[in-house]
Design a protein around this ligand. Structure first.
Ligand SMILES: NC(=O)c1ccc[n+]([C@@H]2O[C@H](COP(=O)([O-])OP(=O)(O)OC[C@H]3O[C@@H](n4cnc5c(N)ncnc54)[C@H](O)[C@@H]3O)[C@@H](O)[C@H]2O)c1
Length: 334
């Protein structure tokens, strides 16, 4: 199959692209290698992809309509997986404009080009942050989510809505994926699991927000990739609900799907798993809650299971162990 993956130099995009290349698909990657975090890490992720002759890379901004048109013409994709985004909840407090251009203008370009190319399935990354101030746990895709707490979440909700209107008007089968705190080898240096590991190895204090009283539904990267891969083969069909709580739109071949482990973990237990894997205790800088943060995330994954017969299973201790082993091998901190 011909597949276009945006954000192919990113954590999730590179892992998904690798999986697709190993399966023998023709993969076109799109990424502009933003300097939001270590660009070398992004280049090294892509190096692994360039070893496959069924891979090609377009180094472009998703908001550049002409460059994206060229990438689509080159790829002629049957499936598009749109993962490129200015990610990160906290950075959005100080850099809101980057989110508007990458996540709204850029996503619109991808959604528009996907419909012009009449693709079979458009898969777009959203986030658990879309649930915003919701207090009903676990989060279900059919819950109304009108109260985003950050510009990041607001831009992701916006692209969900743009994708829905296009799916309704033009019939593009579209699945929006709400990811829950993804971690693992080749992960993102701005995320807590990476920052904690890095600082513990270096003997530097770690910042623990809300005095550790936070819970997160942490999803291991391999489980996430397996879920995305299965969902790619399951495009929504208008009027064909699979469960009573299916988020399928009543007016479009469009649905939202959570991908999480469905097992919230206390932040202090997560830190302890990292300490154990490294063999060192962290110096903890206990701080108040950050603006825009939520106390808990928790995914209902019954829709994912009904659609794919699969749910994430990797225990946090095993996932952290695998990440710390990768970190040791990649950065040689000892
Ligand atoms: N990692 C998580 O825990 C998590 C959770 C929820 C949602 N998500 C979403 O999943 C997707 C992938 O996340 P990730 O963790 O791999 O992040 P990432 O930052 O590692 O990957 C995103 C990639 O997009 C690229 N990019 C950013 N702006 C771009 C632009 N304007 N044009 C072209 N490329 C651009 C970046 O260079 C980067 O390589 C994102 O949409 C993110 O919002 C991730």
């Amino acid at each position: 199959m011909k597949i276009l993956v945006t954000g192919a130099a990113g954590f999730i995009g590179s892992e998904l692209a690798l999986r697709l290349l190993k399966e023998g698909h023709d993969v076109t990657g799109v990424d502009c290698f933003t300097a939001y975090y270590d660009v070398n890490l992004k280049r090294n992720r892509v190096k692994r992809l360039l070893e496959y002759k069924n891979f090609r890379m377009h180094e472009v901004h998703v908001e550049d309509e002409d460059a994206m048109t060229a990438a689509f013409n080159d790829s002629k994709p049957e499936i598009v997986v749109h993962l490129a985004a200015q990610a990160g909840v906290r950075y959005s407090l100080d850099h809101p404009r980057e989110y508007i251009s990458s996540n709204i203008v850029g996503s619109f370009n991808v959604i528009e080009l996907a419909r012009l190319h009449g693709i079979k399935h458009l898969v777009v990354a959203s986030t658990s942050s879309a649930y915003g101030a919701n207090q009903k746990f676990p989060f279900e895709e059919t819950d109304a989510a009108p109260h985003p707490l950050t510009i990041y979440a607001a831009t992701k909700l916006s692209s969900e809505l743009i994708a829905h209107s296009h799916s309704h008007l033009y019939g593009t089968p579209t699945t929006l994926l709400r990811f829950f705190s993804v971690y693992g080898p080749w992960g993102r240096p701005d995320m807590a699991f990476f920052l904690f590991t890095d600082r513990i190895f270096k003997g530097q204090p770690i910042d623990v927000y809300n005095h550790g009283d936070l819970m997160r539904d942490f999803t291991y990267i391999d489980d996430l990739v397996e879920s995305i891969r299965r969902l790619m083969d399951t495009p929504p069909v208008a009027g064909m609900s699979v469960t009573r709580n299916d988020s399928l739109s009543p007016v479009a071949p469009y649905r939202l799907v959570n991908i999480g482990h469905a097992t919230p973990v206390r932040l202090m237990d997560y830190i302890e798993a990292i300490e154990t894997a490294i063999g060192k205790t962290a110096v903890k800088n206990m701080l108040d809650m950050q603006p825009g943060d939520v106390k808990q995330t928790y995914a209902d994954v019954s829709l994912l299971e009904a659609l794919t017969g699969y749910v994430p299973t990797t225990d946090v201790k095993d996932g952290i162990q695998a990440f710390v082993e990768w970190y040791r091998d990649y950065y040689k901190p000892d």
